[in-house]
Design a protein around this ligand. Structure first.
Ligand SMILES: [Zn+2]
Length: 256
């Protein structure tokens, strides 16, 4: 049972990822941002698409489904039950703690409402790998569009209980802008300063800043650090409820 993960940029700032099980040949696309880009990545590896694992209903995550199904008519589209009607063409709907198999690989579904009300993430526990969609980004988190801010905070807190070594893939390369914002609300964080410099250097060379790890995010991502005294002090909310601090951080980032 060997898993391969292949990440590739597409559209303006999206990432596609292929998950391949070498034992069975099964291959999943995490979301379907752009059929042509996914097909090119498949062709480059010589893989046949068997599954599409959808995180949420936004067009830049599902618009490639039709084109991929045209090329691979047997592909199975897996999507959150709560958003399947908005996505269309779904073959299997899933809910919290369901297991999705890609060949012999297994992903656990974790519901993370916030960015959208039915957003889910896929955790390949045996591979220590999480596909976080638009819930958690490197140094940031998704905009909270369909739920109260508290709901998104609870979703992010769920993810902090995964193993620290978890590799995290996300839907977008927003890390430079996230790093610049993070420095404004966590200005004394030495690890963050180092990482921000690293991120700027990677992007200057056109290299991806993802995947990240949960350990790195806990040390540097302000949206996971709303309970941190330094962050709270920096935003003038020392001792406040972390969920309220998170809400303040998210609103600041929206305006940044
Ligand atoms: Zn989205």
């Amino acid at each position: 049972m060997t898993a391969h993960f292949v990440q590739f940029p597409c559209l303006v700032d999206n990432y596609g990822v292929l998950v391949h099980d070498s034992a069975t040949g099964a291959t999943a696309s995490i979301d379907a941002p752009d059929a042509e880009a996914v097909l090119a990545a498949l062709d480059a590896q010589g893989w046949t698409l068997t599954d599409i694992l959808v995180t949420h209903h936004h067009a830049d995550h599902v618009q490639g489904i039709r084109g991929l199904k045209a090329r691979f008519p047997d592909v199975r589209v897996v999507a959150p039950a709560k958003e399947a009607a908005k996505i269309g063409g779904v073959d299997l709907t899933v809910n919290e703690l369901d297991t999705v198999r890609v060949g012999e690989l297994a992903a656990k579904v974790i519901e993370t409402p916030g960015h959208t009300a039915g957003h889910i993430v896929y955790w390949f526990e045996a591979q220590d790998t999480l596909f976080a969609g638009d819930t958690l980004f490197a140094l940031g988190c998704g905009r909270v569009l369909e739920t109260p801010l508290d709901t998104m905070y609870d979703s992010l807190m769920k993810l902090t209980h995964l193993p620290l070594e978890t590799n995290i893939y996300a839907g977008h390369e927003y890390t430079v802008s996230n790093a610049r914002f993070a420095l404004t609300v966590d200005p004394t964080n030495v690890v963050l300063k180092e990482r921000a410099a690293q991120v700027e250097a990677l992007r200057a060379e056109g290299k991806p800043t993802l995947p990240t790890t949960l350990a790195i995010e806990l040390a540097t991502n302000p949206f996971l650090r709303a309970d941190n005294p330094d962050v709270q002090t920096a935003v003038g909310m020392a001792g406040a409820d972390p969920a309220a601090v998170f809400a303040d951080l998210r609103e600041r980032k929206n305006k940044a």
